[in-house]
Design a protein around this ligand. Structure first.
Ligand code: AMP
Ligand code: ZN
Length: 114
């Protein structure tokens, strides 16, 4: 079920524009509006859940999201590697409370993250 005030539900519904780069049965991939790397794509479940922990209770949707993320990394040409990030909760840096993973690549990633 979608949440009317949720930004990513609004994007999934096509009610605000996004640059979609992939879709699958349960997931949608679109470019982050404020890219932190040459390739920065968000992969979200179509269904509204708050975070990836909640998504893990639906293994088929979780697997679908990770499969789409891997396909996006491939289509973005990230064969030298990429980073997947799932900010979870306010202290984890999550701002949009609709589950998503960031797929970042096209530059060398630093560790540890800030
Ligand atoms: P997080 O901090 O993990 O919740 O990340 C939320 C991400 O959503 C940030 O990287 C934002 O730049 C991104 N974002 C916010 N609004 C939009 C939008 N309208 N389209 C695409 N990405 C967005
Ligand atoms: Zn949502």
């Amino acid at each position: 079920m979608s949440a009317p005030t949720c930004l990513f539900c609004t994007i999934v519904a096509g009610r605000i524009p996004a640059t979609v780069v992939g879709r699958s049965r349960h997931s949608l991939a679109f470019r982050d509006i404020d890219p932190q790397a040459p390739s920065h794509v968000l992969v979200v479940p179509v269904r509204h859940v708050h975070n990836v922990g909640e998504l893990a209770q639906a293994p088929e949707e979780l697997a679908d999201l990770f499969t789409l993320a891997a396909k996006v990394a491939d289509s973005e040409g990230l064969d030298r590697g990429y980073r997947m990030v799932a900010n979870t909760g306010s202290e984890g840096g999550q701002i949009v409370f609709h589950a998503h993973v960031h797929v970042l690549g096209g530059r060398r990633m630093e560790w540890p993250p800030g």
